[in-house]
Design a binder for this molecule. Structure first.
Ligand SMILES: Nc1ncnc2c1ncn2[C@@H]1O[C@H](COP(=O)(O)OP(=O)(O)O)[C@@H](O)[C@H]1O
Ligand SMILES: [Mg+2]
Length: 411
């Protein structure tokens, strides 16, 4: 809700560290440090009592480590989002932290911009999770529900980011056709244009974006189902709902990364899949999308600039501790007469190409020029079948990730 502060609990066994973090956070008007804990056990007790949105958790503490405390807290207080702070630069630690249910991982000493950005994203997620547990009726969401009835936990939609570090590789083609492949009666799909300056998703679907992200961004803190439904453009030909880019490039700057992230987080309540098309460079909007994305479709082609770009992106995601299992590496415009086949590129980047989409200029260009995604009328062609296979890969990968998350970490 607008104006509500993010309530934060700091957990660290060293008094000076606790104090330093508290000082860093006190200048942020939307943060409130509601408590500090010195041990893992104290953190569990205090989180029960204070019900914070975000917990900043140290790893090494005398009684119980931060990972065990994280797991215990998440079990009791499922909306609370835990950010691990650690000097440990050990991927194994991070993996265990993530498996225990931590939201994010930051190295000590934290930089204020990084820390506050991470806390805001975590705070937005906590607010969303909390609202699911609050007994309010959401208009239109649950027909037949009486006010005051407990909302059952809504299935949480998955955010899928489609990215290529080189323009023209086929992100928009893939994002729009994948959306069409995934939508059906029971599975609602949102297609979001994350290219705010020169986004063209609306053109791919032959929709004139009368409403755009500009209509939602200023209300990012007070979104509700009706507002969002009004702004989303329902594409009659496919059933996909589109959130269009601003109509003029100079309006792009009216949308902050933070607002964009909050909109995506809200869309999780309304759609099973939220597919975000992105530009070929890292804007604040793209970085916010990376923060909330469950899955990344990294698109390459057979040319060296695209391959080198993919390599840089993978080093970035490695540095951000994004699990490589969350990356669906896709080769588009595949032509067997050209060098750099998928196996070779996969080997070179140490990331297997799991989806290959053939070059088919006739079908692709016709589809764009008519504004009818080829998944509507050409889905039995090889290119259509390759997108259908990509949709299956995406679903399988998400299911595997969910299964791994529910698995208890071995200790
Ligand atoms: N598999 C493909 N076969 C042939 N042409 C393609 C294919 N995928 C994309 N294209 C074409 O390549 C160009 C760029 O595609 P687009 O999806 O707009 O890329 P991006 O969004 O990454 O900039 C477009 O002209 C599109 O029609
Ligand atoms: Mg594009």
């Amino acid at each position: 809700m607008a104006g509500e502060k993010i309530r934060i609990l700091i957990v660290d066994d060293i008094a000076e560290t606790r104090e330093n973090i508290r000082k860093l956070l006190q200048f942020e008007a939307d943060f409130e440090v509601v408590g500090v804990a010195r041990t893992g056990k104290e953190a569990i007790d205090l989180s029960q009592e204070l019900k914070p949105d975000v917990i900043l958790m140290d790893i090494n503490m005398p009684d119980m480590d931060g990972i065990a405390a994280t797991e215990a807290i998440r079990r009791k207080l499922s909306f609370a989002q835990i950010i691990i702070l650690s000097v440990q630069n050990d991927p194994n630690y991070m993996r265990r932290a993530m498996l225990a249910g931590a939201r994010d991982f930051i190295f000590k000493p934290p930089r204020i911009d990084q820390l506050s950005g991470t806390i805001r994203v975590a705070g937005a997620i906590a607010a969303e999770e909390r609202s699911k547990q609050t007994p309010v009726a959401m208009p239109g969401m649950m027909p037949g529900m009486m006010p005051g009835m407990m909302m059952p936990a809504m299935p949480k939609g998955k955010v899928i980011m489609v990215f290529s570090p080189k323009g023209g590789t086929g992100c928009t083609t893939i994002a729009s056709n994948l959306a069409v492949a995934m939508v059906n009666e029971e599975t609602k799909v949102a297609l979001v244009d994350g290219n705010l300056q020169f986004g063209n998703v609306a053109i791919f679907l032959n929709e004139q974006g009368k409403n755009t992200i500009i209509d939602l961004a200023p209300r990012a803190d007070e979104l509700d189902y009706d507002i969002v439904k009004e702004v989303m453009i329902a594409n009659a030909a496919s059933g996909v709902h589109l959130l269009a880019a601003p109509l003029r490039p100079e309006h792009a700057e009216k949308v902050s990364g933070e607002q964009f992230g909050k909109v995506l987080t809200f869309l999780r309540q309304m759609y099973s899949y939220i597919i975000v098309d992105t530009p070929a460079y890292l804007t604040d909007v793209v970085l916010s999308t990376m923060d909330v994305a469950d899955l990344f479709i990294l698109v390459t082609s057979q040319d060296i600039p695209a391959i080198i770009g993919a390599k840089s992106f993978l080093s970035l995601t490695d540095a951000m501790r994004i699990n490589r299992k969350r990356i669906v590496f896709t080769m588009n415009r595949y032509d067997k007469r050209v060098g750099n086949p998928p196996e070779k590129v996969g080997e070179y980047l140490k990331q297997e190409v799991v989806s290959v989409i053939p070059l088919d200029e006739r079908i692709v260009i016709n589809a764009v020029n008519r504004g009818v995604p080829f998944m509507i009328d050409n889905k039995m062609q090889p290119i259509g079948r390759s997108i259908a296979a990509l949709a299956d890969t995406v679903k399988d990968t998400l299911a595997k990730l969910d299964a791994a998350e529910n698995e208890k970490p071995l200790r």
